[in-house]
Ligand binder design. Structure first.
Ligand code: IFM
Length: 402
């Protein structure tokens, strides 16, 4: 059995600045990792990001790995805290740095998908109340406008905000990420503010290009969990709860940003099954973080996104698997779900594996290994895991053989 992906399909990997670059010293995460400012009794983070993978300096080597993967695209992020280290002052040196990075990707034939906000904020911004500040979307849109002006044609696809609802959940609901708030009201407000920020940034990036052919492509990155009632569910409410949770985690946000996204970036990691009003997953196959691996969930999410009538890219999909025992079947089965969704008419245009490198997995520190490439924590030496070769073959041929 063989599936052939469309000709212009984007094959890539995804990373984010704070997780790989190192020394992101003007960001709220950096401040939080090394102080107990927000949350004196906190149990996290387990480690500080420190030098991370030193990709700030080693990006050429990283892009060479993308070439070895036969990729034709790459998803990275630029760091707001570097570009605007103090309010209203843009750092020309850092802008020049990112221009070099983007040119370096382009010179290797990689289309650039660039996230503007991936969980981290400049310290000045968080001192103003961060995403609870009513003016936060205005501050973000100014930064987005600057990026659009400076990076202009070096970016193929702008991705405004990564996983807005995950950010809200971790930072304002569960409270284990900075600024460690636990508040239902703030959780709702910050979601609204992030949606406003997306909408303002969308307009700012489009700028004068609006409605012209050369207008940049702008999208959002949404993590979406598939919810369904468990097979053995006896409670008739389980289906209702599953649909409600799916709505809250997906369509609710899209409603707030309607017409302000040209494409959807989908991050899919797992499915939750509801049994008697609680989550109860079979957990027959899990990753190192205990997340249930269920490729059919990806198929279901893709089909449900068809109604938005825009191109869809899988901007993240991957697993923590230090021993690389499950990554090959994971990639195979997830891509089979993608191929089946395309057969059903889903306009899926690309797949970015999370991640190229083992990196800083936020409050967990460095132990979860998401990389196709292992990074030695002492030497930072990169070495390819066996799944690297498997994925590179698929990217080369655009074919999935089962
Ligand atoms: O590492 C994260 C990434 O920053 C956002 N999406 C999920 C990944 C794995 O947890």
């Amino acid at each position: 059995m063989k599936y052939t992906f469309p000709k212009d399909f984007a094959w890539g990997t995804a990373t984010s600045a704070h997780q790989i670059e190192g020394n992101n010293i003007n960001s709220d995460w950096w401040e939080w990792e090394d102080s107990k400012k927000y949350f004196p009794q906190r149990e996290f983070p387990l480690e500080s990001s420190g030098i991370a993978c030193d990709s700030y300096n080693r990006y050429e080597e990283d892009f060479d790995l993308c070439v070895d993967l036969n990729n034709n695209a790459v998803r990275i992020s630029v760091e707001w805290a570097r570009i605007e280290p103090t309010q209203g002052n843009f750092d020309e040196k850092e802008i020049a740095h990112y221009k070099k990075v983007l040119k370096s990707a382009r010179s290797r034939g990689l289309k650039t998908f660039v996230t503007l906000h991936h969980f981290t904020n400049p310290i000045w911004f968080s001192n103003l109340g961060g995403w609870t500040n009513i003016n936060a979307p205005i501050y973000f849109a100014k930064y987005a406008k600057k990026c659009a002006k400076e990076f202009n044609d070096l970016i193929d696809v702008y991705l405004t905000i990564n996983e807005p609802q995950v950010y809200v959940y971790m930072s304002y609901f569960h409270g284990i990420w900075p600024p460690n708030k636990v508040s239902a009201v703030l959780s709702l407000w910050v979601q609204i503010n992030l949606a406003r920020a997306n909408n303002k940034a969308y307009n700012a990036i489009k700028g004068n290009h609006f409605k012209k052919d050369d207008a940049p492509t702008v999208g959002i990155v949404k993590n979406i969990v598939w919810y369904e009632a468990s097979n053995s569910s006896k409670n008739p409410l389980d289906k209702l709860v599953a649909s409600f949770l799916y709505f809250i985690g997906g369509d609710f946000f899209f409603l707030m940003i309607r017409n302000k996204f040209d494409i959807i970036g989908l991050n899919y990691y797992f499915t939750n099954r509801i049994n008697n009003l609680k989550t109860k997953n079979p957990d027959d196959v899990v990753n190192d973080l205990g997340w249930w691996i269920y490729p059919k969930g990806l198929y279901n999410v893709l089909l449900s996104l068809k109604k938005y009538n825009v191109e869809i890219y899988i901007t993240e999909n991957g697993l923590a698997d230090e021993k690389d025992e499950k990554r090959i079947p994971f990639i195979r089965d997830m891509l089979e779900s993608c191929a089946k969704a395309i057969d059903k008419g889903v306009n899926l245009k690309g797949y970015f594996h999370w991640s190229l490198l083992d990196n800083y997995e936020w409050h967990h520190g460095f132990w979860p290994c998401f990389g196709l490439v292992k990074v030695d924590r002492e030497t930072l030496k990169r070495s390819k895991r066996p799944s690297f070769k498997y994925y590179s073959e698929i990217c080369k041929t655009s074919e999935l053989k089962l």
